[in-house]
Design a protein around this ligand. Structure first.
Ligand code: MG
Length: 382
């Protein structure tokens, strides 16, 4: 049964902790709908379509990109939120924004940029997503960034070192005091894991880099596969794959909703701040499904993410990001005019680390193909 009333411990846009820059409330939308809409209209969101999830964007039209990944996260998160009488608009805003800070070339790109930034405070995509919505988007006349609500920003910042947390004011407090975010943020976080584990299995099978036989070694996968083959003995293999993945997502989401509802009932929070004060997250799987998620993740790490063909992409990504960072950091004139001006200004006010951050922001914002084109153009200049 679908319920539409919000639970007392759900996030409410009418009692939001607010935006960094005060604004009049929207006339026809809730504050969280407005957040979601600002994310959708941002340039960083549009770029996600040309950013790698696992496979580089030009490797094929059917693989997930950061954009379709984010849409799948939002779909799963909304289902859970609605079933639990939590704020669907907020989980959607968080889900769509959670990967805005991703570099080109997926995790390989982030690792490479982190190495480039080692002496200058490092680079972390999750923190960068917050930086995008707080600072780097330049679309509004009266404030920098998207000026999102506290609750959406709380959800975007999934993890953070204590050192970085100290610089984040109210948003960093929970990492220092070891508290939880609201349930909507917890849902978006787990929906992310459910989405990538399953769609990476799907894309891995589609690419031929992993096989059904390998996957059948995972009991959870085999259980679903056997069921599908029993019910549909003459089903085409690719259709069977899709059906298995659809069923895996369904089983995982059902377990998540049931167990989380039990946890919430037991903890009996009355207000979102009671949720925040908990020692552990209330949105979670049962123990067997924590294990399923761990097994899927481990399988993908050892069979897909480290597959020689993916590893080759990883090496190219490392080289490209390293090349771009070094080229821009050595000569600001290679940057677009406004970035060059900012790099000079920040170098004067904040030192070399300030300029490095401007370069990292610029490189991180690139799409896969723009990074490759820029590398070629800069190499041609030499
Ligand atoms: Mg993600």
């Amino acid at each position: 049964m679908l319920r539409t009333r919000l639970a007392s411990y759900a996030a409410r846009s009418t009692s939001s902790r607010g935006r960094r820059f005060e604004e009049p409330g929207p006339d026809y939308r809730s504050e969280f709908q407005r957040d979601r809409d600002r994310v959708i209209h941002s340039t960083a969101f549009r770029r996600l379509v040309y950013k790698t999830q696992v496979f580089v964007n030009h490797e094929g039209d059917l693989y997930r990109t950061r954009l379709t990944h984010s849409l799948e996260v939002a779909q799963i998160a909304r289902t859970v939120a609605r079933a639990m009488q939590l704020n669907e608009d907020l989980v959607e805003a968080i889900s769509l924004a959670h990967d805005l800070g991703h570099t080109p070339f997926g995790h390989a790109g982030q690792d490479a940029l982190n190495e480039c930034m080692r002496e200058y405070g490092g680079f972390e995509h999750n923190l960068q997503s917050l930086r995008v919505v707080d600072l780097l988007e330049e679309s509004y006349a009266s404030f920098p960034g998207l000026n999102l609500t506290f609750e959406t920003r709380e959800g975007i910042l999934k993890h953070c070192s204590v050192r970085n947390a100290r610089e984040l004011g109210e948003l960093g407090v929970r990492f220092i005091e070891r508290q939880q975010p609201g349930l909507e943020a917890q849902i978006a976080n787990i929906a992310d894991e459910i989405a990538y584990n399953n769609h990476d299995v799907d894309d891995g099978l589609r690419s031929g880099l992993i096989t059904l036989e390998q996957l059948a070694e995972i009991p959870f996968f085999k259980e679903q596969l056997d069921w599908v083959r029993r019910q549909y003995p003459s089903i085409a293999p690719s259709r069977a794959n899709r059906e298995v993945i659809r069923r895996m997502i369904d089983v995982l989401v059902s377990d998540l909703i049931q167990i989380s509802e039990d946890c919430v009932r037991e903890a009996a929070p009355e207000h979102i701040d009671d949720v925040r004060a908990q020692a552990v997250p209330l949105i979670r799987f049962s123990a067997p499904f924590v294990e399923v998620q761990r097994t899927l993740k481990e399988f993908l790490r050892s069979h897909l993410y480290t597959h020689p063909r993916v590893a080759q992409m990883t090496r190219q990504a490392h080289e490209t990001i390293g090349f771009l960072f070094d080229a821009f950091f050595a000569d600001f004139d290679r940057l677009p005019v406004e970035h060059a001006a900012r790099a000079r200004q920040d170098q004067t006010t904040k030192g070399r680390a300030g300029a490095a951050r401007v370069v990292a922001d610029y490189v991180a914002g690139m799409t896969d193909r723009f990074a490759l084109q820029t590398r070629e153009a800069l190499a041609g200049l030499k």
